[in-house]
Design a protein around this ligand. Structure first.
Ligand code: ADP
Length: 475
């Protein structure tokens, strides 16, 4: 069993003998020293667990301060002040300057419970100090690691104020930016970015920074020694190599354009055959030609998507803007989507208020994005419904929000952040059954971004998904 060392700093022999009697037989070892400079030093060397500080030592007890103990290295020990009965002012002064308790002389109540309580408080304080030191050390280590990264990294407070930037980040954005709001300084925004504002979990996002390079950022939350959750963000340079990008672009462009002609020819000839212009087809032959035509149509979609994705990748993406309404945009695609949904036995619902503000968009492109998203919703839903809803968000200058919700298979949490990446498809049985190349969502996101809007997804596996897009209203 641990024996606690109690140090009495004072010269009152009567008091000391009373203490000795009181503590006899308990797990305490009592030592004493005069309350002067040398006495305090001596006691510090013996590293006691509790200090009893006799205020009789003080020329003016109300000027008591525990600084002198701290200076002597007695930082962790709880201090009980011993005062003469009736010196209330001195007692108050002791407590307010950091002592844990005051005991009046002569001792009347049992002393052991008081000593035990003080030791207990001391132990809790010690553990707290230790934990915050560990947190502080960890934070310093993290900063040391970040300092040496060649990629930009920064730390922000819960209010999104920059508390740290590494050299690489300073080289991109400039120095002296600490204290500023990260969304303004880094991303020229007037409010926190959705990825951080909407979630207190680790996040991932892409950003083109002031040096023209593209970074994939990952962020994590770390508690600092004041108990606040700070966000650490690290960007990884994913700027495509220009040469490789050029080869990519030319390759995809050539291959896809070359494929367009044979695909059109296959469709023409399959249609001619189905219409009986090359002679009557047997039932078996008709089925075969229909399969050819359907597969060819899948190929056609793939090639058209590739051409689109290529345009987006190479920045050759022009919008034909006009003032229109969500209703007019939806009218371009709703009939086909409804038919697809009903063919699968799904309910298809559209809900939107009549008084939605006008929007300024490229009608065909936004319709393409909605068709991609709602097409996915139908594709990945076996029973239940697909719903398209539109509404108004009075944020900034006002935004129209269009949501597509389904009761389908849902998207695993770990894939949710990746489905907007080019060619990304969620691994699983479904991916082999459903046609697609993992291009639709990345194209859709680029289309919405090009309009100054946002496209994001929410999903619960096995329950369903919701995709939301915002579009700025026409002012
Ligand atoms: P694809 O052509 O493969 O559908 P997308 O880019 O449109 O490509 O979608 C990427 C992937 O995201 C899909 O392959 C699918 O795994 C997943 N996904 C998209 N929408 C949904 C949805 N509504 N429900 C479940 N999974 C979806």
């Amino acid at each position: 069993m641990k024996v606690y060392k109690i140090a009495y700093l004072g010269e009152d022999e009567d008091f000391f003998s009373t203490l000795e009697r009181e503590l006899k037989g308990a797990n305490f070892k009592l030592v004493s020293a005069p309350g002067d400079y040398h006495g305090i030093r001596r006691v510090a060397e013996s590293d006691p667990d509790l200090i009893l500080w006799d205020l009789d030592n003080e020329p003016e007890p109300t000027s008591f301060s525990i600084d002198k103990f701290q200076q002597a290295g007695l930082k962790r020990q709880p201090i009980i002040c011993i005062a003469r009965r009736g010196t209330l002012k001195a007692a108050v002064r002791c407590l307010s300057s950091g002592a844990i308790d005051v005991v009046f002389k002569p001792i009347q109540d049992p002393f052991i419970p008081r000593a035990a309580a003080a030791l207990n408080v001391g132990e809790i304080q010690r553990r707290l100090e230790w934990s915050s030191r560990v947190i502080e050390d960890t934070n310093n280590q993290i900063r040391a690691i970040l300092a040496n990264l060649k990629d930009p990294a920064y730390i922000v407070s819960p209010e999104f104020h920059i508390t740290y930037m590494n050299r690489a980040a300073e080289e991109i954005f400039g120095e002296g930016l600490r204290g500023g709001a990260c969304y303004t300084v880094f991303y020229d925004r007037s409010e926190p970015c959705e990825v951080c504002a909407k979630s207190d979990k680790p996040g991932r996002w892409r950003a083109v920074l002031k040096n023209g390079k593209t970074y994939r950022f990952v962020s994590a939350l770390v508690r600092n020694s004041s108990g606040e959750l700070e966000r650490i963000a690290i960007g990884i340079d994913i700027t495509p190599n220009q040469e490789v990008k050029k080869i990519h672009k030319t390759f995809i462009s050539n291959v896809s354009h070359d494929l367009r002609t044979p695909i059109a020819t296959i469709d023409q000839y399959a249609t001619i055959m189905l219409e009986g212009l090359t002679g009557e087809l047997s039932e078996e032959q008709r089925k075969c030609v229909e399969v050819i035509r359907r597969s060819n149509f899948r190929l056609f979609n793939l090639v058209e998507n590739l051409i689109d994705a290529n345009k987006i990748l190479s920045g050759e993406f022009k919008l034909r803007m006009e003032i229109t309404s969500v209703r007019e945009v939806l009218d371009l695609v709703l009939d086909k989507l409804r038919e697809q949904a009903e063919d699968k036995g799904l309910r298809f619902e559209v809900e939107m208020p009549d008084d939605l503000p006008r929007i300024y968009v490229d009608k065909a492109r936004v319709a393409q994005a909605i068709a991609n998203i709602a097409g996915n919703a139908i594709k990945f839903t076996d029973k239940g419904m697909v719903q398209v809803r539109a509404g108004f968000m009075p944020r900034d200058e006002g935004r129209v929000i269009v949501s597509v919700e389904d009761t389908g298979v849902g998207i695993p949490r770990e894939d949710l952040g990746k489905i907007f990446d080019l060619f990304y498809r969620v691994e699983g049985d479904r991916v082999y059954v459903e046609e697609g190349a993992g291009l639709g969502l990345s194209i859709s996101r680029e289309i919405i971004r090009a309009h100054g809007g946002t496209l994001w997804a929410e999903s619960v596996e096995g329950i369903g998904s919701a995709f939301h897009m915002t579009l700025p209203v026409h002012t």
